[in-house]
Design a protein around this ligand. Sequence first.
Ligand SMILES: [Ca+2]
Ligand SMILES: [Ca+2]
Ligand SMILES: [Ca+2]
Ligand SMILES: [Ca+2]
Length: 329
Amino acid sequence: MEDKTKIVLVAIGILILMLVVFWLMMVMDRGNNVATPVDTGKTEPEPPQETADSGAIPPLIRENGCGGIADAKERLMCQNMEAMGRAVANSDPAYCQQISDAAYRDHCLRVINQSLGDVEGCRTIGAKEWENVCIMEIAHNKADPAVCDEIDYPYTGKKCKTQISADAAKLNNDMAGCLVLPKASNFRNLCIWTLASANGVDACNTIENTDDKNVCLGGYYLGVARSTSDASYCQQIALDAYKKTCIKVVNAVRADKEPYFNSDTDNLDDLLELSLNTDPFSNDTDKDGVDDNVELYDFHTDPLNPDTDGDGRIDGKELKQEKDINVPD
Ligand SMILES: [Ca+2]
Ligand SMILES: [Ca+2]
Ligand SMILES: [Ca+2]
Ligand SMILES: [Ca+2]
């Protein structure tokens, strides 16, 4: 197949994926349950749950327009989807501005500007959170850490650079490259686990630091236990949180259930917490008075450091005083 044909096929695939995601967001809104932005290193919103009445995927651009739809809400949804469809078909974010719902408009602006690699376009996104994700994705696609400097939140900016370094470490099978990544980002552990799953325990045994080696072995054996549904692999794990999670995961897989749990009360999935080095069994890992998820998604502070900006006052106290805890006083 010629390169040109491949590029066209890939582009069509991406467009279809974007349209399906957008449609799912629309469906979810029927239950007034709009996804809130999350910044987990994953760049997509949490996958929305499909409702029973969602039906088949409607065409985004209707032949007869949306005017004939009697129900006002359905009509608006049709118009919003049509604008999204035209934005994608023309690679033109101007169509996004016709979308009345702020969350869908932001989603439209994000996917179009991300694919265009347009940082200034990302700045037209209303929610800062998604603006940052948009720029982060451009930096990631270009593998250019300089683009990360365009992100306003220092903590997210660091995460952006971490993602690019993690990609390079994985590509080069470079465990040392994984280990220099900051601990409070899921890219570090995912990088370690990826190399362990590709190279087995030998990859973990190259690590000198005992904690890091145990994280590596924990991720490795958890992966093997999950894929073989064999809990005996969990017994090889030294770290308690990994071992407990491993057993839960195997039990879920055996019961034909998705292995996602939130064992504490911080709304973060246990496996995500292992990847973030936060404690799946404590809602406030660094004991600074702010829950892990609130630090990660609301305040963009470090859930592993009680004093993110290093000014001597713990994050919880600063938040109460409504200070900007990303910036030292
Ligand atoms: Ca949790
Ligand atoms: Ca936790
Ligand atoms: Ca905390
Ligand atoms: Ca903290």
